[in-house]
Design a protein around this ligand. Structure first.
Ligand code: NA7
Length: 862
């Protein structure tokens, strides 16, 4: 650290905050030989644990996991007294860490940075403060937390109140005497739910003003759980490494069974076990795999929690008011409590439901609602924070390149690259910023990951002679899109919460934390580095500038996971297995999938076609019939597949569309070459259409659908039905169809390798099915057929699929021929995305669109 001629303090790195993030950063920077200073408005370390001193404040991630992991000696030197430590104990821990590593000497306490400005010519940040010297730093790091800017309560008349007002987020250090007093608490998030039982035990009377009920689970606090401590102590390094690559930052592998694979009794048993465990990560991830991603799977959990609330709370009206119905469980931060619901059985506690009687004003004597007047001596606001962006923007104005303000760049919502950097703001880093897992994770694990990533970059830059680093616009735009893709997996989009900015009036709305998981996110951050600092521009005096522009993730998040898993399995190529080997592989692969979701009825049967009979599987919706029929053709390159392989897809579309699906087991190549599959398909279509009523379906035109080679057959049978006078077809759903035998389209080149369906595999399929001389026949290349007069079409293509361009070409050619043809060009998806129903969750929107189009074909209301 140096002082310049004008009294300016010169450092390599300045940072804001002396909580978990700031302390670890200081330690790492010092070890890396970088000079650093941290600014902290408080007069001591602790960050969120310095300020949030309200009664009952505790962590809600178990202390075995809510600890630094960077130094095993530190872990050995500290023992937590409880499973969930109190605020004073966590604050003691952070003081212990600050002392142990002698960090205080680099912290300027009671100092607020009032402005940060990037100086273009010096390529340094200039910081003004309200206490002491101006600072010039090469790098500036916001370690200001996610929940550090309290939200204003937005209620009229606060100043008029004659009693005492307290905020949970700014609780007085010497406590508040509540004995004998009438207290109001406004807010029932974590802070309210933790403090209400404690306040109720002290106050003469407590009135809780609840706007939105929240899900809370008993913490069952006590000593640290012996089995967790034992598994940590058995293999500390392994335990920590597992946490770093887990989804939540806590090494508990998520459940893999889906709710529909479990009986009511099994689900209840799992729930009771989780309830008695008292662990948010357990209840959020251990019940069934669809609890966090599917509204039906989620409702099963929510119903069980609401049942618990009814059991605990004696007054049914109060229980009903405490039961959340407006958001899926987990979409809003659930809380861990100690006696929260039971507190409402106390005679001195009253719940006011603000949905029924909104607050009108605060008066000198208390709170007035639409229905009544509540006189109190004390009002406690547990009204939350301007989360994530607020924690950065509220600190001070930050002005980047060209005098641009971060508040302007983020006016319509935060934009970051990796949640770590912002384009236009060189050498600025955010720790657990918007766009990173942050509050969706064990914060300590995410903080350590960010601090390590930042310091490692600074060291690498120093070694290479670079002095500036800046995210590119393209990388940032790609990350913003990836974040939006990820947000489609979870149910967070269905709730108004501080995760989405909905709790602050006028704030831009959108999911801010990264919901793609801690481990996958860590992999992506590492990948940006190993791919040559992808998405960053680096410059320095005397070295050539480096800019490896691009997007680090272009695939949908779950597609990325699937492809990475497949790549790690190092499987032989399908074409190397021979047809029988490939079929055995597909069968074995399918056996590992979860059973498909329930539909009304599944019937296996056979149907006659010239020369043989074919198997079929019929899926009937659970709703009253008769239902319109969809004739479905499975994928598998005319060589592989069966109604088993596409079973989850058929079930999903049957449920969503409310239509009968009849999946046809047409004959395969190479035993039955072209045109057997097409002719089987046509004959089966004819038979199904003729027997619609016997099959329990609605008479009249059927629709056809198919995926991949099945999409090819579906397209072909539409042409045959037109030319052979029937049967009438209501519409065709073609999902990633083969439509042509031209292997030179761009998508064949772009996606030749790496996306499971490869160019060599497509050649192998074609060679087995069809002689080169026959490949221009419209019965295998429908794009080369006559297209006028065909039924309306919905053509779905995927970005990372060799077949993408021929699908698009078919849709365009249909439209040009006057056929109503709609398209879904699914970005970030691969050839198998849509049939992988329970794995590629991001395909759900596309599947919903397909079902809607099928209903439209059938003339059903959408
Ligand atoms: P939260 O979770 O944002 O909770 C704030 C609560 O205050 C919530 O129930 C709000 O209701 C309520 N609130 C906010 N403004 C008002 C007004 N104007 N009138 C009535 N009620 C209001 O903050 P916490 O401090 O409890 O917890 C933050 C995080 O810290 C927590 O999730 C953990 O991660 C730790 P709303 O839901 O907006 O209707």
């Amino acid at each position: 650290m140096a002082t310049g001629a004008n009294g300016t303090q010169q450092v390599d790195v300045a940072l804001v905050g002396a909580g978990f993030a700031g302390l670890y950063l200081l330690h790492r920077l010092r070890k890396a030989g970088l000079s650093a200073v941290a600014f902290e408005t408080a007069d001591d370390v602790g960050g969120t644990w310095y300020w949030n001193r309200y009664p009952g404040a505790r962590c809600d991630i178990a202390t075995t996991d809510y600890s630094y992991t960077f130094d095993p000696d530190l872990e050995a030197a500290w023992t937590w007294s409880e499973k969930y430590a109190t605020q004073p104990e966590i604050l003691s821990y952070l003081r212990f860490v600050a002392d142990r590593y002698d960090l205080r000497r680099d912290i300027r306490f009671s100092t607020k940075v009032t402005e940060a400005r990037w100086n273009e010519s010096e390529e340094r940040w200039h910081l003004s403060t309200d206490n002491g010297a101006v600072v010039s730093c090469r790098f500036y790091v916001m370690a200001s937390g996610c929940l550090s800017a309290p939200k204003l309560p937005e209620i009229d008349g606060i100043d008029a109140f004659a009693g005492d007002i307290y905020f949970t987020s700014r609780w007085p250090h010497d406590g508040v005497a509540l004995e004998g007093r009438r207290v109001a608490v406004i807010g029932t998030g974590s802070s309210g739910i933790q403090s209400i039982p404690m306040i109720a035990a002290q106050a003469a009377h407590l009135t809780v003003f609840q706007r939105t009920p929240n899900f809370a689970l008993p913490a069952h606090n006590g000593p640290p759980l012996p089995d967790r401590v034992a598994s940590l102590e058995k293999d500390r390094a392994g335990f920590r490494e597992q946490a770093r690559w887990s989804m939540t930052g806590v090494p508990i592998p998520p459940a893999t069974d889906f709710s529909w694979q479990l009986t009511d009794a099994q689900r209840r048993e799992r729930f009771e076990k989780a309830w008695s465990t008292g662990d948010l990560v357990v209840i959020l991830t251990q019940l069934w795999a669809d609890a966090g991603v599917d509204v039906d799977g989620n409702k099963l959990v929510a119903d069980l929690i609401r049942e618990k609330i009814r059991t605990i709370v004696h007054d049914p009206e109060v229980a009903a008011a405490l039961s959340p119905h407006d958001h899926p469980f987990g979409a809003k931060r659930p809380c861990l409590d100690t006696n929260y619901y039971a507190t409402y059985n106390r005679p001195n506690v009253k719940l006011v439901d603000l949905r029924r009687e909104p607050i009108e004003a605060i008066t000198p004597s208390g709170i007035e609602t639409a229905d009544g007047k509540y006189d109190v001596d004390v009002i406690v606001f547990a009204t939350g924070f301007d989360a994530m962006t607020g924690a950065v923007l509220a600190v001070h104005p930050i002005t980047g390149r060209g005098g641009v303000a971060l508040s302007d760049v983020w006016a319509k919502g935060p934009k970051t690259y990796l949640g770590l950097t912002v384009s236009g703001f060189p050498n600025l880093f955010l720790v657990t910023g918007p766009g990173s897992p942050s509050v969706f994770s064990n914060m300590v694990v995410s903080i350590e990951q960010h601090a390590d990533w930042i310091v490692d970059r600074l060291v690498a830059m120093r070694d290479a002679g670079f002095t500036t680093i800046e995210a590119t616009e393209a990388a940032q735009a790609g990350w913003t899109r990836h974040l939006a893709d990820c947000s489609m997996i979870t149910l967070h989009r269905l709730a108004n919460t501080w995760y989405t900015g909905a709790n602050v009036s006028g704030k831009a709305q959108g999911l801010m934390p990264y919901p793609g998981g801690v481990g996958p996110y860590r992999g992506i951050c590492n990948e940006a580095v190993t791919r040559g600092m992808l998405g960053f521009k680096l410059t320095g005096p005397g070295v050539a500038a480096q800019c490896n522009d691009g997007e680090v993730v272009r695939l949908q998040p779950d597609v990325r996971l699937v492809l990475n898993t497949l790549a790690e399995m190092n499987l032989p190529t399908i074409e190397s297995l021979g047809p029988d080997g490939a079929r055995a592989f597909v069968t074995q692969f399918n056996a590992t999938r979860p059973a498909g979701r329930l539909v009304g009825e599944v019937v296996d049967g056979t149907l006659p076609v010239p020369g043989t009979t074919l198997p079929y599987r019929l899926y009937r919706p659970a709703t009253p019939g008769p239902h319109p029929i969809v004739v479905y053709f499975h994928g598998g390159g005319w060589v592989l597949g069966s109604h088993d392989s596409d079973d989850p897809f058929c079930r999903d579309l049957c449920r969503r569309s409310g239509m009968i699906f009849v999946s046809v087991g047409y004959r395969h190549a190479p035993e039955h070459r072209f045109p057997t599959a097409a002719e089987d398909g046509y004959a089966a279509l004819r038979w199904i259409a003729d027997h619609a009523v016997e099959l329990g379906g609605r008479p009249g035109p059927v629709a056809v659908a198919g995926w991949s080679a099945g999409g090819n057959i579906a397209a072909v049978v539409c042409q045959l039905a037109r030319d052979r006078r029937g049967p009438p077809i209501a519409g065709q759903l073609l999902v990633c169809p083969v439509t042509d035998s031209d292997f030179e389209r761009g998508s064949y080149r772009d996606n030749a390798e790496g996306y499971f369906l490869t160019r060599p595999l497509m050649h192998w399929f074609w060679d087995h099915y069809c002689d080169p001389a026959d490949r221009r026949d419209p019965r295998v290349s429908p794009l080369r057929g006559k297209l006028a007069g065909l039924p309306p079409a919905f053509v779905v293509t995927c970005e990372f699929d060799p077949l993408r361009d021929e699908g698009i070409a078919y849709a365009e050619a249909l439209a040009a021929a006057g056929v109503p043809a709609k398209q879904l060009q699914a970005h970030g998806h691969f050839h198998s995305s849509f049939p992988m129903v329970d794995v590629v969750i991001t395909g759900a929107g596309g599947r919903a669109e397909m079902a809607q189009e099928l209903r439209r074909f059938a003339g059903l209301n959408s």
